[in-house]
Design a protein around this ligand. Sequence first.
Ligand SMILES: *Cc1c(COP(=O)(O)O)cnc(C)c1O
Length: 429
Amino acid sequence: MLYFEKEQSFAHKMDKKDSLSTFRDRFYIPGGTIYMDGNSLGLLSKDAEYSVTRILNEWRDLAIKGWLQGKTPWFYFAEEIGKKTANLVGANPEELIMTGTTTVNIHSLISSFYKPEDKRTKILADELNFPSDIYALKGQLKLKGFHPEKDLVLVPSEDGYLLDEEDIVNLMTDEVAVAFLPSVLYRSGQLLDMKYLTQKAHEKGILIGFDCSHSAGLVPHKFSEWGIDFAVFCSYKYLNGGPGCSAFLYVNEKHFGKEPLLAGWFGNNKETQFDMSLVFDPAQNAGAWQISSPGILGSAPMEGSINLINEAGIKKIREKSKQLTSYLVFLIQEYLGGEPYSFRIVSPENPERRSGHIAITRDQELFRINEALKSKGVVPDFRPPSLIRLAPSPLYNSYEDVWKVVQYLKEIVDKEEYTSFSSQRDAIS
Ligand SMILES: *Cc1c(COP(=O)(O)O)cnc(C)c1O
């Protein structure tokens, strides 16, 4: 299945055969750029733009009536988008809700699922985790009167890029109450074996949750079938929901009825919410973990975006993504492996074990090489101390984009073009 050639004509051939190629025209690709940063902020689609405009018009024309008379009534918006998104992650429709933001959702779920008892007082995470997730876990430990360092067990990584599932399992001791891990390590793109980790955690009496921000909309999951207890993910990476778009949270139906401790009135049973009782009557589904009025304007792009993703189909998206990243790996090895290029790939070799980006490193000058790459119209991202991440999106990148990026990198090193750039870093890279 994975066969590549190094000439540009091969990229053309692949683009002609690509059944997802037409989706590219549904996106706004910033002029003159090759956008390879969909793992940080996905692009705006015309579909998302349309849903935002429509909902803005509903506010203008319907005002408060929009809560029940919007095309997707705002009162049920979070539930409806949850239902439409459920198939991407293998959730039952009632188990997924669009709400809050990733980090707030972590707080909300950990506050319910972390119940230190007797010897089981620890939370298990990993040292390669996204900082925000770790801050949230430490805060939750403190809130419950535990120690943010001693009671947070971080699985170490041998090389600073990858984790070994067996190391995680070995730390699943009878002192651990909850494990909270990313589906994908945001630097290397390594995809963890969530099914296996869930099975092992449960064998050891540990609840397990995942942050799937770096896989949702790209890698199909089977949350319910695997029996994952809870999960969160953002919607602005591969889901293309826009900057700070409302996020998602998942609660397995076996936990319906558990008490949401960061309680708020939108978590109430919808039938009794407007009775305005002072006694919280939580919804018997994942919606119970909502807190406030849903940010309808901040969720609006997701409606168009999820329709587009469902039209393309998550299986096809994943297939093309694996092809694109494997093609990128192939070209890097062909063109950029030896001296003087000396780029090394830190992402897992096996496409089944990685998400949608390829991370490359180099002993010297990587930052300025990245600056030179940006000046050629490529949008990559740089993660200190020395990592360039390239994420070819199956919905709006072509094989030719991938080919060109590798040629640019070659040119930058061949002609030492990086020497004319500064080593100063912007606030957001
Ligand atoms: C993107 C991402 C976040 C972002 O958190 P916000 O609360 O949405 O800012 C958190 N965790 C992980 C693993 C991410 O990939």
